[in-house]
Design a protein. Structure first.
Length: 250
């Protein structure tokens, strides 16, 4: 991993051991990205506008390899971590933990990273990929690293509650609406997931079907969605090269 701090240019530095006020990250494939403008917009909504030249100077540092870069604001410093990306996860295994919500700022990415790490360490079943965050009634809201959606027949169901405004979820909803697919919010419970397709979404793994959900001593296996391959290929086909910089609203 290479780490940088912004001082009118990117200067290599040691990774500071301090909490992150805001963060954002995405998969970067040999200079190609999917929805980078949306990630930068989300970051700027909480951290403020990025300095002139930040994006244009960042992109050449990400031009080669399969990367998982992260930008962050910490103690007034703008940081960039250039990290290798793990292979895409074709399916996802989740732990369902009916535990207190660890989030303090659920609509901002970054401040709760340490709490998420502690939450996974305490509740996650060995061999699963992530842990679900639930509301006070036990309905699933998201996981510590991604969004969740469920399919009820031809209807795309979003969690009914507060969750991080996921970029991948936004992309999936936008496509569903373009296709004329009904989108609604509902309580997503383990009982429903036993009968309906459940997807994990984030910008590192794209659209990943939940293959199993570990609930206490039981393991729930959500059914497959008949059009999953089409959705998966659509998302991975959205990677493009940013040749002339990125423009976005502050």
């Amino acid at each position: 991993m290479r780490s940088y701090v912004w001082r009118g240019d990117f200067v290599e530095c040691d990774v500071p051991d301090s909490p992150l006020d805001v963060a954002d990250s995405w998969r970067h494939l040999n200079g190609r990205t999917n929805g980078l403008d949306l990630h930068l917009e989300r970051f700027a909504r909480s951290a403020g506008p990025l300095p002139d030249g930040f994006v244009e100077t960042m992109l050449p540092l990400l031009s080669t390899g399969e990367l998982f870069p992260r930008i962050a604001l910490s103690q007034g410093l703008l940081l960039l971590d250039v990290r290798p990306a793990p292979p895409p996860r074709p399916t996802t295994s989740l732990t369902y933990a009916p535990a207190p919500d660890p989030r303090t700022q659920p609509e901002v990415k970054g401040p709760d990273f340490a709490a998420f790490h502690a939450y996974r360490s305490r509740y996650q079943v060995e061999g699963t990929d992530d842990t679900v965050i639930v509301d006070k009634h036990g309905a699933m809201l998201e996981t510590t690293t991604g969004a969740l959606v469920m399919w009820d027949g031809d209807t795309l169901c979003l969690p009914d509650g507060v969750w991080l405004p996921s970029i991948t979820l936004h992309q999936v909803v936008s496509r569903a609406e373009r296709l004329g697919t009904r989108v609604k919010q509902c309580r997503i419970t383990p009982e429903l997931a036993a009968e309906r397709p459940l997807w994990f979404l984030n910008s590192l793994h794209g659209i990943s079907p939940v293959r199993d959900l570990h609930v206490s001593d039981a393991v729930i296996t959500p059914p497959a969605h008949p059009d999953f391959n089409e959705w998966r290929d659509w998302w991975w086909g959205g990677f493009t090269v940013e040749e002339e910089g990125i423009e976005f609203d502050d």
